[in-house]
Write a protein that binds this ligand. Structure first.
Ligand SMILES: *[C@@H]1O[C@H](CO)[C@@H](O)[C@H](O)[C@H]1NC(C)=O
Ligand SMILES: *[C@@H]1O[C@H](CO)[C@@H](O)[C@H](O)[C@H]1NC(C)=O
Ligand SMILES: *[C@@H]1O[C@H](CO)[C@@H](O)[C@H](O)[C@H]1NC(C)=O
Ligand SMILES: *[C@@H]1O[C@H](CO)[C@@H](O)[C@H](O)[C@H]1NC(C)=O
Ligand SMILES: *[C@@H]1O[C@H](CO)[C@@H](O)[C@H](O)[C@H]1NC(C)=O
Ligand SMILES: *[C@@H]1O[C@H](CO)[C@@H](O)[C@H](O)[C@H]1NC(C)=O
Ligand SMILES: [Zn+2]
Length: 937
């Protein structure tokens, strides 16, 4: 029997398969090894480039997947698939190897259609490597061919990975929907595929589902057909077969599907692209805000990148269960409900900013990531670092009133610097040999440091050249894959600046420098500038000094330099501009490094700039966060840090308050565990800083108030909750608001979303009975409680002081009657561990005792979720003995795939514990006493 494939796109007619089956059967007799099979294959599989990447063997390129999938999520978790892959055999080979995980193949269906049809003589599944190899008796003919297979699989229930089911409650009761999450390596759980970002192909998807359900995918439906099928007991059921249009050439991790009952709202961009919000029934109205952001952002990006959005539509779907915040599947972005839906007239500001940011983040991926994709996971930062920058840039354009770049420095840049100051950090471009290792790299380095590095380039090039370089990059590499050097090359081409070498010091090298500014050892009128690897704990090891970065000095307030001065060597003498009272380096906090001034210069800066308001908020924030890091490291006396904090008395900027909140939260935690009497510090901060601020912001929002004013109120009340939770006035206010809110929880006036977590905490801390605790827990269970309120409750419950209540709160992470969804597992844990030192101890003990149950619940989910739980349970107690205990525990019970995260948690605890020791040693410091007094004046 000979079969010929004539047209490139037309696959062989199905009737021909029957003939082929005979062949397959014949082959089977000789050597069919039923799956799952031997693990020995693992060693042989190591092929690919010499850099140790475990890539699929070459020789065969997928061009097009034609997949027909049948599923009925409301009745069964099983699904079946029939797949035709159009391939190009480019090198002589006997084998075809692709990825698949937990799929059961129909052995008789496996066949290769080249010039003739052949069945494999052997099928080997390597379960560990998630690969299947088909071996053929003769070398496969070069050129175009089709591969055919039918298979079945199971949708995971709580996995939130691959094709999985998610449950929600509506008026009629519990319902089930099905959806996908593939990045990084879970497409292979729905279909056999070449699951690597550079194996781009066209996906032509067809689904067969019950007619009562709807299906959405990357592309709109091209055809729909309804038919009846007789089920068991002669019950006829109506089904729909939906064929979606071909996707563009894209990576497998971007494929997406959702099947269920959805409500939607929609709008069109000025360019005519249809954008829809899809939700479970009766929730779509809550997507108005996100829809509006998406319409404006998509239009903005088309103009910015100079490339039209390439697909006919964009769906944004809110999923009841979702492991990440959102996923940028091309044309079908899927979000956690809380990151997409809100009532815009009542939503808390932090949440509103978050929704806008998540939407702009995902939509930027439609170009950066989807149209142009990283060539391998080592370059993940190209996707995520860029989106981290772009999300902020776009929100700044759409909502200038939010001053989002200030928030960027407080949240994103500082997260980057915090993590990257650890010895257990990693370079932005981190070698990934096996794709599974990439899970751990979806971290603050890829996102926040990556974004901060992009921001630095933006600062050096200026908006125009920066954008031109990107537009060039989009045009040059559309539908292909790239590495960092491709991006640098485009920026070099438009600007004439040399970037390659400079940027590699930031992306190929772990860590970042501190710039030491010193006048005492320099000529008059000069400053000596020195760079040094910044390590959070101030430790030094031989060889540390060899690290060098190309550090843009960015001195201010002088105007923009013609060409940026860059420190490439260890040190230099820098001529200070004449007549300047003060100078601040890294002006505008454009680059991810810290600056330490000698103490006369720091004082001049404080006097000349902070107090009198000559420094912009972003630079005040930079000084404060740097000072905190230096105090932790031991380079700055704690008295100096407090002197700086005191200078923020009367601060107006919301984001400076956000930075203060970071600093004061760390300080408070240190004071709480330190041996000795440090109440004076708490009292000084409470009376000297917070009382006044609280009085100024009040509890009640004024009509027409700006978003940032509301946000500042939330921050100040949050700090007050920490520093003075038993303050009479605060308790009275909180109780009143809480009581009137409890009477009508959907009514917002008494208790705006912004303040809920804080007010709940104050009420719980001061409660005489467990009534408020029970009331809150019950509310969290009700289906009409909005998700954002539910999260506020989960976060607050840990504040209740009784140990039995705290244990109950922790156990909510495990499921059960009051249990949280798996996606929310970290909230109750964090609520308890961050409450106070005894909460932190309890959370860690709970983790040890319940480890079996915790890991069992997280079994099928992405390992990152467990990483977050560990971080919450272990990371909140800054004591050396605790760091040792955590380290010892994970040495005994290692968690594969989280080795680096655990090391980071341990190192961060050790660093903070050193800070506590320093605080203890400084208790008799007269200067400290002096500073504390200044707070209150
Ligand atoms: C396939 O053949 C090309 C050209 O003959 C060669 O450059 C390439 O390395 C081969 N690839 C593999 C995976 O053997
Ligand atoms: C198949 O691969 C060969 C060799 O790389 C190439 O010349 C040819 O254009 C490819 N064919 C298709 C259909 O992609
Ligand atoms: C084909 O795969 C089998 C099993 O993985 C392996 O033993 C064999 O060496 C491979 N043959 C070729 C030609 O790649
Ligand atoms: C979309 O709008 C941009 C400018 O905003 C324009 O350059 C582009 O041609 C438009 N694309 C389509 C498909 O209309
Ligand atoms: C949003 O909240 C306002 C004020 O509480 C309310 O009037 C409105 O109905 C809510 N919107 C939706 C869609 O529920
Ligand atoms: C500044 O230089 C002096 C003299 O070399 C040195 O003692 C001091 O530690 C330096 N200060 C900083 C912040 O580098
Ligand atoms: Zn992203």
């Amino acid at each position: 029997m000979m079969l010929t494939v004539r047209t490139r796109h037309g696959r062989p007619k199905r009737r021909r398969v029957g003939a082929l089956l005979l062949l397959a059967l014949a082959a089977r007799r000789t050597a069919f090894a039923p799956a799952p099979v031997s693990m020995e294959g693992a060693e042989v599989e190591l092929e690919g480039p010499a850099d140790g990447r475990e890539l699929l063997p070459g020789g065969v390129e997928p061009l097009r997947y034609e997949l027909e999938l049948a599923l009925d999520p409301e009745r069964s978790s099983a699904f079946t698939g029939e797949l035709w892959v159009s391939l190009n055999v480019t090198n002589e080979t006997f084998n075809i190897t692709f990825n698949a995980r937990s799929l059961r193949f129909d052995p008789q269906s496996l066949a290769f259609f080249g010039p003739s049809a052949v069945a494999p003589v052997e099928v080997t599944e390597n379960v560990e490597a998630e690969r299947v190899t088909l071996r053929f008796e003769e070398a496969l003919p070069l050129g175009h061919a089709w591969l055919h297979m039918t298979y079945s699989g199971e949708m995971g229930k709580e996995d939130m990975a691959g094709l999985y089911t998610s449950r929600y409650q509506d008026r009629e009761g519990w319902k089930t929907l099905a959806l996908t999450q593939f990045e990084a390596v879970d497409a292979r759980r729905m279909l056999p595929c070449w699951d690597e970002p550079s194996k781009k192909a066209v996906f032509a998807l067809t689904v067969v589902i019950p007619a009562a359900l709807t299906a959405v995918s990357n592309m709109p439906a091209a055809a729909e057909m309804t038919f009846f099928k007789t089920r068991r007991w002669k019950k006829r059921q109506q089904f729909t077969k939906i064929t979606f249009l071909d996707t563009p050439r894209m990576s497998s991790y971007l494929l997406a599907l959702a099947v269920g009952r959805f409500d939607s709202i929609q709008a069109q961009t000025s360019n005519g692209t249809l954008i829809r919000i899809l939700t479970v029934p009766e929730q779509a109205e809550f997507g108005r805000f996100a829809l509006d952001v998406a319409v404006r952002a998509l239009a903005y990006y088309e103009e910015y990148f100079g490339v039209a959005y390439p697909l006919p539509k964009l769906d944004m779907l809110a999923a009841p269960d979702f492991a990440a915040g959102a996923m940028e599947n091309w044309g079908l972005v899927i979000y956690r409900e809380v990151d997409l839906l809100c009532n815009v007239s009542t939503v808390g500001i932090a949440r509103k900013v978050r929704i806008a940011t998540v939407v702009t983040h995902e939509l930027s991926h439609m170009w950066f990531g989807n149209l142009v994709t990283m060539e391998w996971w080592e370059q993940l930062w190209l996707n995520e670092g860029f989106a981290n920058w772009m999300q902020t840039h776009a929100v700044d354009v759409l909502f200038p009133e939010w001053h989002i770049w200030e928030q960027y420095v407080v949240e994103e840049q500082s997260r980057a610097l915090r993590l990257d100051a650890l010895r257990s950090s990693h370079p932005v471009e981190v070698p990934i040999s096996h794709a599974k290792e990439v899970d751990e790299v979806f971290d603050a380095i890829s996102y926040c440091k990556g974004g901060s590095v992009v921001r630095m380039v933006n600062g050096l090039l200026g908006e125009d050249l920066f954008r031109q370089g990107l537009a060039l990059y989009m045009q040059r590499f559309a539908y292909t894959n790239t590495g960092s050097t491709d991006l640098w090359a485009c920026w070099e081409q438009v600007s004439g600046l040399k970037l390659q070498k400079m940027m590699s010091t930031w992306t190929r090298q772990q860590g970042f420098p501190v710039l030491l500014v010193n006048a005492s050892d320099a000529r008059a009128g000069h400053l000596s500038l020195r760079q040094q690897w910044f390590l959070a704990d101030g430790s030094e090891q031989p060889g540390d000094e060899t690290k060098l970065w190309h550090v843009p000095l960015l001195p201010g307030p002088a105007s923009r330099e013609a060409s940026p001065s860059i420190l490439e060597t260890q040190e230099m003498l820098w001529q200070a501009p004449n007549g300047a009272a003060w100078v601040k380096f890294n002006f505008g906090q454009l680059a991810p490094y810290r600056v330490l001034y000698d103490s006369p210069r720091l004082r001049t800066l404080l006097a000349g700039a902070v107090g009198s308001g000559q420094l912009s908020a972003v630079d005040r924030i930079g000084l404060l966060l740097d000072a905190m890091a230096f105090a932790k490291q031991g380079q700055l006396p704690i008295a100096e840090l407090l002197r700086l904090v005191a200078a923020f008395k009367g601060e107006q900027s919301t984001h400076a308050w956000q930075a203060l909140s970071e600093v004061l939260t760390t300080l408070h935690r240190a004071v709480a565990v330190a041996q000795g009497d440090f109440r004076a510090v708490d009292v000084a901060v409470g009376n000297g800083l917070l009382q006044g601020a609280l009085h100024e912001v009040g509890f009640r929002a004024k009509d027409g108030e700006e978003d940032l004013v509301r946000h500042k109120r939330a921050l100040v009340v949050g700090l007050a909750t920490r520093y003075m939770p038993t303050d009479k006035e605060l308790v009275k206010e909180a109780r009143q608001r809480f009581e009137s809110w409890l009477k009508d929880p959907l009514q917002q006036d008494a208790l705006p979303d912004d303040l809920k977590t804080s007010i709940f905490k104050v009420v719980l801390i001061n409660a005489e009975t467990d009534a408020p605790y029970r009331a809150l827990r019950r509310l969290a269970k009700l289906s009409d409680t909005p998700q954002a309120v539910r999260l506020s409750i989960y976060s607050a419950l840990g504040a209740a002081r009784r140990k039995d209540l705290r244990r109950k709160t922790l156990d909510m992470a495990l499921g059960g009657r009051y249990g949280v969804r798996l996606q929310d597992i970290m909230y109750p844990v964090q609520g308890v561990s961050s409450a106070d030192p005894s909460g932190a101890r309890l959370a860690w003990r709970w983790f040890i005792q319940r480890r079996g149950a915790i890991t069992a619940r997280l079994q099928g989910a992405n390992v990152r979720l467990l990483g977050v739980v560990i971080q919450c349970a272990a990371g909140a107690l800054p004591e050396k003995a605790h760091a040792n205990a955590v380290q010892a525990f994970f040495e005994q019970h290692p968690v594969p795939g989280l080795e680096r995260s655990v090391a980071q948690v341990v190192e961060a605890i050790r660093t903070e514990a050193k800070f506590v020791t320093r605080l203890e040693q400084g208790v008799e410091d007269t200067e400290l006493k002096d500073v504390l007094q200044r707070f209150e004046n």
